[in-house]
Ligand binder design. Structure first.
Ligand code: ADP
Ligand code: MG
Length: 698
C-alpha cells in the first residue's frame, strides 16, 4: 500500500531539496503524510466570475476572466514594478507585480484568456490587483469546485515562492498520486455508527471540497478523529494506572474527623463542600487510587475540604501532606491548619527550603516514626530525603504550578501511591479540563460560603485618579487595607519595574500618613516575606505589588484592589487578583484602571469583569477570546495544544461526545485486545510514538 508517512516531500515534482528544507524547518512537514495533514485555514469561493465594470476598490478577493493587452514596467532598481493591462471587454484593470518580474513576463502571454484572482484596490484613480493568481481559463476547473483552499505560510516560505498557491499545487499533486484508499485510522464500527466519511475522502475534501456540504463532513470526520484520540489516550492511561495500582482503603470515619467536625469546625459546611467531601470519601473507600481535581473559585473553601480529607487519612492510620507553590502560601496553610486543629493532639509540621539544620532533622525523623501526621510545605516535600512512615493522602494546591512529573514523584513516597487531591482556583472550562486533566476525576465547589458580599468591580479611566484616591483614603480611615497592582510581563520587565517604583513613590507621597509596603518577584525572598508580613499584620495599609500576590494570599481585612494598566492583564489573571479581596465581612471593591484608548478585545474583557464574579463564566469567555494555547497553566501541563483542526473553544460539544465513545471503548476493552478495536489501538500507538507530549503522559 502507498505509505504516505515514509515518502519524503522532496520527491514531489516541483519541490526539490531546497524547498523541502524550508518546509521541514518552517512547518515541520517532512513526509507526504505531514503535508496532507497541513489543513487550509480558510476557503474562498471561486465559483463566481465578476465583470470589471461591477467591481470597485473595496471588494474582497474576486476573480475576473479576460486578456492581457500589454505589459509596462515603471521605476528602477528596488522601485521597479511591472503592470499588465487587463481587460474583459467591460472595462480594464491593472495587474501589478513588484517582484518576480522576469518570470511573469516569460510566463504570461498577450491575448490569451486567463482567470485572475486577487484583491482589487485603487491607485491613482485606477483599479489594480497586486500579485494576482493567474490561471489559463481553459485549464482552471474551479468553477465546478467553487471553494479554493488557503494555507498559512511564513515570510521565509514566501521568499522562496512557497505561497499558499504553491502549497495548493503540491497538494493537488499528492492527492492525484493517491490511487487506492489510504489505510483507515478509525474502526469500521466507529465509521458506521457515527456516519463518518472515510479517511481518504475526508482528506481529499478538506483540501479540495467538492461542495460546502462535503467540506463540512470532511471537517467533522477529521475533528472527530483528532479529539477522539486525545481522549482515548488519556482514558487509556488512566485505566492502565487504575489496573496497575491499588489504592489504600480508608474504611472508617474516626475520632479525628469527628472531633474536628463536632468541636472545632467554626461554621456549617456549604452544600458544595459536603458534596465534594462525599465524592472524596467514595474514592478513598473504593480500593482505587484517587486522582481528583478540585476546582473552586477563590475563597470557596477548598482548604477546608482538603483538611477534612486529610483527617480521614489520619483516622485510618495514614499520614497526610499538603504541597503549596510558594513559601508564603505554605506558611499560610500551616497557620490556618494549626489554628483549625487547635486543642486536638495532632502534630503538624511545616517544611520549606528555609527550614534547615536541627529543625529539619527533627521533622524528617518525625515523619519516619509517624509522629508527624500532617506535613505542609513547598517543593521541599518531594525531595528524596523526605520519607514518610505511611503517607496515604496528598493535597497539591494551585495545580498549575506543578507538572505531571512532579505529581508522579509523590507516588513513590509509599509502597502504593497515596491518594492525590489537586486543588486549583483557576477555573478551567469543562472542555479544557477534559483535555488537560482528562485523567483526573473532577469535583467542583460552585458555591461560596454564606454572607459573602459580591465584590463590586468598577472600570475607571486613569484621568480620574483624584476621585479614586479620595475613596481609598476613606476606606483606610474606616480601617481597611488596599492592594495596588502593577503589571509585570517579561518583555518589558525594566519598564514595568520602573512603573512600579514610580507608582510606589507616588503612593507613598499621596498616602504619607500610612505605611506602604512593596512586593515584587525580583526581591530576595526574605525581603519579600518581611514586606508581606507588614501587610498581613495590618501595619501597612497599602501594598504596592506586581502579580506575585496573585496566588492564594489571604488578608481578610484588605477590601480594595486597584489594578493599574488593567488592559495588560488577561481575564483569568484579573479574576485571580480580584480574588485577593472579598474575603472578609466588608463590602469589597476591585477597580480596573486603564488608559482611555482601548481595543475592542480589551473592552470586552473589562465588561466581563465588571459584569460577573463567576470564575467559570470568566474562564469560558477567556477561552473564547484567546484560545486555549494562551490560557494560564496550559503550557506546563504536559499536553500540547497542537490540535490541527479541532478547536477546544468551539468544538466543546463534539469533545464531550467523543469522550463518551472513548470511555465506552476503554470500559469494554480494558486490555486493548478486541479485534473490532484493533485499528484504534494500533493508531494510538502510532500517535504516541510520533508525539512527544502524548508519550509523556503514558
Ligand atoms: P480557597 O482555598 O477555596 O480560596 P479558603 O479555603 O481559603 O478558600 O476559604 C476562604 C475563607 O472562607 C477562609 O477564611 C475559610 O475559613 C472560610 N470558609 C471556608 N468554608 C466556609 C464555610 N462553609 N462557611 C464559612 N466560611 C468558610
Ligand atoms: Mg486557597
Amino acid at each position: 500500500m502507498f505509505d504516505l508517512a515514509t515518502r519524503d516531500i522532496k520527491y514531489i515534482s516541483g519541490v526539490g531539496p531546497q524547498k523541502a528544507t524550508i518546509l521541514n524547518k518552517e512547518l515541520e512537514i517532512y513526509s507526504l503524510h505531514d503535508l496532507l495533514y497541513y489543513f487550509p485555514y480558510k476557503y474562498v469561493d471561486r465559483s463566481r466570475i465578476y465583470y470589471i465594470q461591477e467591481i470597485d476598490g473595496n471588494m474582497p478577493y474576486i476573480q475576473l476572466k479576460g486578456k492581457i493587452l500589454g505589459f509596462e514596467t515603471f521605476g528602477e532598481g528596488r522601485q521597479r514594478r511591472l503592470t499588465a493591462h487587463f481587460s474583459d471587454g467591460t472595462g480594464g484593470v491593472d495587474l501589478v507585480w513588484f517582484q518576480g518580474i522576469k518570470y511573469i513576463l516569460q510566463k504570461y502571454k498577450l491575448h490569451e484568456e486567463y482567470i485572475i484572482f486577487g484583491k482589487p484596490s485603487v491607485f491613482n484613480g485606477r483599479i489594480n490587483v497586486a500579485h494576482p493568481d493567474i490561471d489559463k481559463a481553459d485549464e482552471l476547473k474551479l468553477s465546478t469546485v467553487g471553494l479554493q483552499p488557503y494555507y498559512n505560510t511564513t515570510e521565509k516560505m514566501k521568499r522562496c515562492f512557497l505561497n499558499s498557491h504553491a502549497i495548493e499545487k503540491m497538494m493537488t499533486t499528492v492527492i492525484q498520486q493517491i490511487q487506492e484508499p489510504l489505510a483507515e485510522t478509525l474502526s469500521p464500527k466507529i465509521l458506521a455508527d457515527h456516519h463518518l466519511m472515510p479517511l481518504t475522502e475526508a482528506l481529499r475534501n478538506i483540501h479540495f471540497p467538492a461542495s460546502p456540504d462535503l467540506l463540512r463532513r470532511a471537517e467533522y470526520r477529521l475533528k472527530f478523529e483528532e479529539l477522539f484520540y486525545v481522549q482515548l489516550n488519556i482514558l487509556r492511561y488512566a485505566k492502565d494506572r487504575q489496573r496497575r495500582y491499588r489504592g489504600y482503603v480508608f474504611e472508617k470515619v474516626g475520632n479525628v474527623f469527628n472531633t474536628f467536625y463536632t468541636q472545632n469546625l467554626p461554621f456549617q459546611l456549604t452544600g458544595a463542600q459536603k458534596r465534594v467531601l462525599k465524592e472524596i470519601r467514595n474514592d478513598v473507600g473504593s480500593g482505587r487510587q484517587m486522582n481528583r481535581l478540585l476546582q473552586g473559585d477563590v475563597g470557596s473553601g477548598k482548604t477546608l475540604v482538603a483538611l477534612m480529607s486529610m483527617l480521614l487519612a489520619l483516622d485510618n492510620g495514614y499520614q497526610a501532606c499538603m504541597m503549596a507553590p510558594t513559601e508564603i502560601l505554605a506558611n499560610q496553610h500551616y497557620e490556618t491548619i494549626k489554628e483549625l486543629l487547635f486543642g486536638m493532639d495532632i502534630r503538624v509540621e511545616l517544611l520549606t527550603g528555609s527550614v534547615k539544620g536541627k529543625k529539619r532533622q527533627a521533622i524528617l525523623s518525625g515523619l519516619l516514626t509517624g509522629e508527624v501526621r500532617i506535613l505542609i510545605g513547598t517543593h521541599a516535600v518531594i525531595e528524596d530525603t523526605v520519607n514518610f512512615s505511611s503517607l496515604g493522602f496528598v493535597v497539591i494546591d494551585e495545580q498549575h504550578r506543578f507538572g505531571v512529573a512532579q505529581r508522579a514523584r509523590l507516588w513513590n513516597k509509599n509502597t502504593q501511591p497515596p491518594h492525590v487531591l489537586v486543588m486549583t482556583a483557576t477555573p478551567i472550562p469543562r472542555t479544557l479540563a477534559m483535555t488537560l486533566y482528562g485523567d483526573l476525576d473532577v469535583s467542583v465547589i460552585d458555591e461560596l460560603p454564606p454572607g459573602r458580599k459580591p465584590i463590586a468591580t468598577i472600570h475607571q479611566f486613569d484621568n480620574r485618579r483624584e476621585t479614586l484616591y479620595r475613596s481609598v483614603h476613606k476606606q483606610i480611615e474606616e480601617g481597611r487595607q488596599v492592594y495596588i497592582v502593577y503589571p509585570l510581563i517579561k518583555e518589558s520587565e525594566k519598564i514595568d519595574l520602573k512603573n512600579l517604583e514610580e507608582g510606589y513613590q507616588y503612593i507613598q507621597e499621596e498616602f504619607h500618613k500610612y505605611t506602604v509596603c512593596k512586593v515584587h518577584g525580583k526581591m530576595k525572598s526574605a525581603e519579600k516575606d518581611a514586606q508581606m508580613q507588614l501587610f498581613v499584620s495590618g501595619e501597612a495599609k497599602i501594598m504596592v505589588a506586581t502579580t506575585v500576590i496573585e496566588v492564594g494570599v489571604n488578608v481578610p481585612n484588605a477590601s480594595v484592589m486597584i489594578i493599574e494598566n488593567a488592559e495588560r492583564f488577561g481575564l483569568s489573571q484579573l479574576h485571580q487578583l480580584r480574588g485577593r479581596v472579598g474575603r472578609g465581612a466588608e463590602q469589597s471593591y476591585c477597580i480596573l484602571v486603564t488608559n482611555y484608548k482601548l481595543t475592542e478585545d480589551t473592552r470586552k474583557r473589562l465588561e466581563i469583569m465588571v459584569r460577573t464574579n463567576d470564575g467559570f463564566e470568566i474562564a469560558e469567555a477567556d477561552l473564547k477570546l484567546r484560545g486555549p494555547g494562551d490560557l494560564e497553566g496550559t503550557q506546563q501541563s504536559g499536553v500540547a495544544f497542537d490540535l490541527k483542526i479541532a478547536d477546544i473553544a468551539r468544538d466543546g460539544q463534539l469533545l464531550q461526545y467523543v469522550r463518551s465513545i472513548a470511555e465506552d471503548i476503554v470500559e469494554h476493552d480494558p486490555m486493548a485486545q478486541q479485534p473490532e478495536n484493533e485499528i484504534l489501538w494500533r493508531q494510538l500507538k502510532t500517535l504516541r510514538k510520533s508525539n512527544v507530549n502524548w508519550a509523556a503522559i503514558s
